[in-house]
Design a protein around this ligand. Structure first.
Ligand code: FPP
Length: 235
């Protein structure tokens, strides 16, 4: 397949199934998240090598705040630990880190780890790794609409277009995802990139996130390469 492979500019992943992976093994849910972190490392490295320009990961949704405090704390600690531990590797590999979401809800410790990673990789020009944290698609559209409404009120003579609206989204400047992968077989968008996913190709696999590594990412890209993207037009 390699010769026909089309590398998408932006691959986005809804990482799902950590809890079930752990349950199948009689382990605590957090063990699934820890193993899931290894899949993150494998996919980041594989995506950078493959020439993907943007890899984005749905790491924690606004709805995930409703999980038991123990799990939320474990996930936040894992995120801080991972971002901090991998910072050197990101810089060495020219990977820029961006975190997008309702950052105000995060603790000062998490916010400081994020700022450090974003600041120290700001000049990296290779792949951009986008981590969606405390993110939801409805939140994004709502905050964008609010900001645009304020600008509209301040400048009643100006015409605002749909393209202008893109620039109010938290993802401004990042191309819409070409391919959205969801692991663990669930067939829903779960309040993820609602606006940005308008023409994304979806790839759903039964594989649980902790088992999703290089081969599985390449399988998804090969499937994407066979898709016929028409954007509603006739070819
Ligand atoms: C979904 O599985 C997974 C998450 C909500 C968290 C993903 C986070 C990581 C893999 C930690 C490391 C991340 C980074 C970016 C360094 P689930 O708990 O919903 O699984 P279930 O549906 O089987 O219960």
């Amino acid at each position: 397949m390699e010769e026909n492979r089309i590398i998408p500019a932006h691959v986005s992943i809804i990482m799902d199934g950590n809890g079930r992976w752990a349950k199948q093994r009689g382990l605590e849910r957090v063990s699934g998240h820890k193993e899931g972190r290894e899949s993150v490392r494998a996919c980041v490295s594989c995506a950078a090598k493959a020439g993907i320009k943007y890899l984005s990961l749905f790491a924690f949704s606004e709805e995930n705040w409703k999980r038991p405090l123990k799990e939320v704390t474990a996930l936040m600690n894992l995120l801080v630990e991972s971002i901090t531990a991998e910072l050197g590797t990101f810089i060495e590999n020219n990977i820029r880190v961006r975190v997008i979401g309702n950052i105000a809800r995060l603790s000062p410790v998490v916010r400081s780890a994020i700022s450090k990673a974003e600041e120290n990789t700001a000049a990296c020009t290779g792949m951009t790794l986008v981590i969606f944290l405390s993110y939801s698609g409805k939140w994004d559209i709502f905050q964008a609409a609010r900001k645009m409404a304020a600008d509209m009120a301040a400048d009643p003579g100006r015409e605002f277009t749909m393209e202008d609206f893109d620039n109010y989204l938290a993802t401004a400047g990042i191309p819409d995802p070409d391919l959205i992968i969801r692991t663990s077989g669930e067939q829903r968008i779960s309040n993820y990139l609602l606006w940005q996913a308008a023409y994304s190709e979806f790839y759903i696999t039964d594989i649980l996130w902790p088992d999703f590594r290089e081969k599985e990412l390449m399988d998804a890209i090969d499937e994407y390469s066979r898709r016929d993207r028409r954007y509603g037009k006739v070819k």
